[in-house]
Design a protein around this ligand. Structure first.
Ligand code: ZN
Length: 295
């Protein structure tokens, strides 16, 4: 009866998450979510050195949930049993036959640690107790911060909806490299709006590129649009469209490029600063579908 109860609880938890489990090939020997780290599975442990309660998976999971009863939890007897696994795992064992990547953020985003098939390791200092998603057989993607700039070398300075000191909700992702760095289009499409602006807080620049097959607009702010850029122009992925600048930013040290994905044909970015309403959806899955890592 005890076993039956546990199976029922696991099934209910899966249902409660709305089927967000991304299925991968499930080896016949692996019974998922039963608190046993079977061959074919990827397992988290509450404590370092594979001690404490464990949580076993046969596939990728982009969102662990954060509260009971719907979160994914540590299953087996031992320290940590019943706790949600998000940001609580200290070690992991990859018993699958493919690489498993553990991410700092939900949605397969942010810093990560790769576990080769068979790897039985403590999570590194970045990921220990900071695990938020994991992916079986991660595809080879390009980091957005590399793709945005010719020669790569950019960095994310603020993720979507991750303002810490600015009031409002951040509707895009901010990247920075250096004033004058070539900025490239991340998605192909047609230029539907350009505002050139000027360096300084009052001089916001905007480039909107609409991709009709995706029915999405990618909007770039603060960078200086190339003089040759024109409304109506078709832009290919990777084409240089701007030079990094500080248009609409108070000082050159704050130069960056804000990249915002919006549904439909949109000429302007959503308001972020001082606006408590989030208009755009989280773009991480979109960027991944375009072959990018969100970092
Ligand atoms: Zn921004």
């Amino acid at each position: 009866m005890r076993t039956l109860n546990r199976i029922f609880t696991a099934a209910a938890a899966t249902l409660a998450l709305g089927g967000s489990v991304i299925a991968t090939a499930t080896p016949a020997s692996a019974a998922a979510r039963d608190g046993v780290c079977d061959s074919g599975e990827f397992c988290y442990y509450y404590n370092s050195n594979h001690a404490g309660s464990l949580s076993d998976f046969t596939g990728s999971l982009g969102d662990y949930g954060t509260e009971q009863p719907s979160c994914y939890e540590f299953k087996s007897a031992g320290s940590g049993q019943g706790l949600c696994i998000k940001n609580e795992a200290a070690s992991a064992w990859n018993r699958s036959s493919v690489t498993v990547r553990v991410y700092y953020n939900s949605g397969y985003a942010g810093s990560y640690q790769d576990l080769a098939p068979g790897a039985k390791v403590n999570l590194n200092a970045t990921l220990k107790n900071q695990n938020a998603s994991h992916e079986f057989n991660p595809s080879t993607r390009t980091d957005l911060s590399d793709a945005l700039y010719s020669g790569g070398g950019g960095r994310v300075t603020c993720y979507f909806d991750q303002y810490t000191t600015t009031p409002g909700r951040h509707e895009g992702i901010d990247f920075a490299k250096a004033v004058g760095a070539d900025v490239r289009a991340l998605v192909s499409g047609q230029v539907i709006y350009i505002a050139r602006g000027a360096n300084g807080s009052g001089g916001l620049s905007t480039i909107s590129i609409y991709n009709s097959s995706l029915n999405k607009s990618i909007i770039y702010l603060h960078t200086a649009p190339r003089s040759s850029l024109a409304v109506g122009q078709q832009i290919s992925r990777g084409q240089v469209i701007a030079d990094e600048a500080w248009r609409g930013v108070s000082s050159s040290s704050g130069a960056h490029t804000h990249v915002e994905m919006r549904f439909g044909r949109q000429t302007h970015a959503s308001k972020s600063v001082n606006d408590p309403v989030l208009d755009n959806p989280n773009p991480n899955s979109f960027w991944q579908s375009q072959g990018y890592n969100v970092r």
